[in-house]
Each structure stands twice: as C-alpha cells, then as structure tokens.
Design a protein around this ligand. Structure first.
Ligand code: UDP
Length: 311
C-alpha cells in the first residue's frame, strides 16, 4: 500500500484530497495545525485504519516514521482575509514549511507536490495566463505575503529537483470552490452565499468588472491526482478557463439562492488582480485533463452544502 502525507489535511482542498487518496487505496497521513483547518472536514475518516492525523505545524521540524511515497504540501491560509490577518504564518508555511517537507521528501525518496497558485501571476499583464508568464507581483503589497511565499515555494522545490534530483510536481491552482469552504472565509464565492442566505447586502468590491475563473472542487482534485501520477516536473495550471466578472458571480448566486439581498459596492482592495484566467493547454496535453463540471452544477452543489450548514 502506497503512503501519502497530505499537509493542510483539515482544510478545504486538503480534506477532499484525503478522501480521494483513501478512495484510490492509499494509506493517508493527514497533517494540519488547524489555523484555518477544521476537524469536521475529516471526521468521517478518523476511524479508518488507513487514515491517521497529526496535529502539527509544518513550519517546525516534521517527523514521520516509516516510508513515504508521496508528500502533498497543501497547508497555507488561502483566503486574502486570512493571509492578511496572519502574514507571518503565511510566509512561514510557504517557506520554512516547504523546506522542512522537502527535507523529509529527500530523506524518504518521496515525490513532492506543492499547491502553488494563480497568484504567482499577480495582477497579470498577460491574459489568459500560460505557465510561461512570469507574473506581475508587488512583493511589499498586502498580497505579497502569500504571492511571494508561493513563488519562493516554487523556486526551492525546483532547486531540490535540479540539485538533489527530487521528483516534484507544481500545481498552479486557480480559484476553487465547493463543499468544506468556510462560509466566512472572506473569499467572494462563499461570502456571496453567506450574505444571500442571511439576506445581508452582497459586497462587491470595486466596479465588479474584475474577473476570476472558478473551478469546482471535484475537477480540481482530479487534476491534482492526474498531475501527481504523471511525471511532469514543470508548473501546471489547474483551473477552469470559464471566466466571469465578480458582479456577474454575485448576480448568479443571488438568482440561485432566490435571495432578497441587495448588491452594494465597496472599495476595491489594494493590488486586487483585474483579470484571471488559466491557459490549460499543458494540463490538457500532458494530463489529458480538463474540467467537466459546469458553474451552474457546481454552484448548486455548493449551495446545497452551505444551506445545510445554515440549519
Ligand atoms: N470580492 C468581492 N467581495 C467580497 C470578497 C471578494 O467583490 O466580499 C472580490 C475581490 O476583491 C476579488 C474577487 O472578488 O476581486 C475574488 O476575491 P477572492 O477573495 O475570492 O479571491 P482572489 O481571487 O482575489 O484571491
């Protein structure tokens, strides 16, 4: 049985990855410091003999007994609200945490995958964004703590590949949504659902003309799994190329939830990217993967989850 270590296991993406690897017949070791993670997300796995959980902060030395075939480093605050609130922890988990886990991967001879991000492109001047684009990031701006941690993470991971011949995977993850997001994590999509359910004003920042491209969790998990099982060591964009303005997203969620909420405009945060859309040519070609779930279906499933939470 193959053994995989997943950091950020109690988080949104991490917990879905735990499910996937259990389903695929792996022994899964989950790790999380529960800064933004929630044990409810993995409660259903805790009784399994093939699942174990370590409450640990990967910014400090990481020890795992026995062999490891794969390490997936998915621990990090991921919502702008969270990383603005916890800038130092965000920088540490992306830098020190990645270094510790790379050391562990090297010692165990494990394949090492990182959850990088579309934020490495910053406020992009090339649209849509191919992996070859180097990005437009303000290192000392409010989002720099996340963006630069992830850029450093890519750099040190590639250095371990080049100099230590470590087998690596770099997933550049675009806005992902679905069950187990925190309704109050501050990101646009869960926030709009939360506001619609509570019949509060829908807070669109700026004109709402800024765009994002949202991928449903099941598609994202499939992409990550296929990338891990490939032998491709360069960065790969994993996202849904269907682009939408934030105002349009607010309108769609309001219509879906049949909410009486009113859309209001608040100031646009500093350095907020104006556009974001993945070029997924590499993922299509190398992994034979592309997203399958429409926004209509994905939003409906997400609403079902959030409305159950409300009760
Ligand atoms: N946004 C918004 N209202 C909110 C939260 C976010 O209009 O209540 C905007 C935000 O300014 C950005 C977009 O929605 O332009 C996506 O923000 P999110 O925090 O979801 O993720 P990002 O892609 O910026 O990391």
């Amino acid at each position: 049985m193959k053994r995989v270590l997943i950091t950020g296991a109690a988080g949104f993406l991490g917990s879905h990855l735990c499910d996937k690897f259990i389903l695929e017949g792996f022994e899964v070791i989950g790790m999380d410091n529960l800064l933004t993670g929630n044990m409810d997300n993995i409660a259903h796995l805790m009784h399994l003999p093939t699942f174990s959980f370590h409450h640990h902060d990967v910014s400090t030395f990481v020890h795992i007994a026995g062999p490891l075939d794969y390490i997936l480093h998915f621990a990090s605050p991921a919502s702008p609200n969270d990383y603005l609130r916890m800038p130092i922890q965000t920088l540490k988990v992306g830098s020190l945490g990645t270094h510790n886990l790379l050391g562990l991967a090297k010692a165990k001879g494990a394949t090492f995958m990182i959850a990088s991000t579309s934020e490495v492109y910053g406020d992009p001047l090339v649209h849509p964004q191919p992996e070859s684009y180097w990005g437009n990031v303000n290192p000392v701006g409010p989002r720099g703590v996340y963006d630069e941690a992830k850029r450093f993470q890519e750099a040190i991971t590639m250095a371990y590949h080049t100099y230590h011949h470590l087998d690596i995977r770099i997933a550049r993850i675009f806005n992902t949504y679905g069950s187990r997001m925190r309704r109050n994590d501050g990101r646009a999509l869960p926030t709009f659902f939360d506001q619609c359910i509570k019949k509060e004003d829908l807070t669109v920042y700026g004109s709402g003309d800024q765009t994002r491209s949202f991928i449903f969790i099941d598609d994202q998990v499939e992409g990550i799994y296929k990338l891990l099982m490939s032998s491709y060591v360069q960065p790969v964009n994993l996202g849904n190329p269907e682009e939408i303005s934030i105002l349009q997203l607010a309108k769609e969620i309001k219509a879906l939830t049949q909410s009486s909420s009113t859309i209001v405009q608040l100031p646009l945060p500093l350095d907020d990217p104006k556009v974001r859309q993945p070029d997924i040519s590499i993922a299509k070609k190398v992994l034979g993967w592309s997203p399958k779930v429409s926004r209509e279906e994905g939003l409906q499933k997400t609403y079902n989850y959030f409305s159950k939470l409300a009760k």
